[in-house]
Write a protein that binds this ligand. Sequence first.
Ligand code: GLN
Length: 260
Amino acid sequence: MRKHFGKLVVGILALSMTAALLTGCSSKKKDSSKWVIGTNAEFPPFEYISKADGVIDNYAGIDMELIKLIAEDNDKTVTINNMEFDSLIISLNNKQVDACIAGMTVTDERKEEVDFSTPYYVATQVMIVNEGSDIEKATDMKDKTIAVVQGYTGETVVKELGYEYEAFKKGTEAIEELKNKKCDVVVIDSATAAAYLNENKGLAIVEDKDAFSSEEYAIAVKKGDKETLDAINKSIEKFKEDGTIDKLAEKYAEAGSTAE
Ligand code: GLN
């Protein structure tokens, strides 16, 4: 009986190993030639979906081209894992992705959870209003209906000003709200605001350098993942110095597409 039991155990083991091989469970072991990159492709001109101009599959934008170049520079291939902005940091910590590039601003709060690369872009928050709006500075938003995107630094900035606001899941939703006059102002990152203006008539950008300080975008990696961070930083330095990043920013400033 004991013997049989032993055989049974060996049999089950062998079976499950075969099953693991067949279903690819054993591929849980990390493929070091591949990076899985988290993004939120709702943030033109940095990342958006475009069947026509996709750089990695259907994903286009400054960040998508940049991460592709960084990966190539490190002999890696990339696949994109598109998710909600709020899930990006979680997905790094769950090891679902190797790095996140998503126009992500370096903040002290986020630094507690992830490590950031050398910054590659400087932005600021701006206000998007309908043409003819009387909003000229941040404090003019006091009694207005404000829209932000959930989890973006724009939300933090409005919160810090102490104003009420409504948070939307996507920038495009906030912009629709503005166009339909259901809100008076959208607070969002500068280059993204410019991209929305390229696509939508009747809107204007209002800046307030006193109220909104500059923000730096960087690539996030799992805390302590020095190997990935060093690899990314080495390439960012190179692409900053040789003008590649400036060229990408110029190229997409014109495009600013939100096209599907
Ligand atoms: N820069 C903003 C932030 O980090 C928005 C980024 C984004 O929506 N992709 O919160």
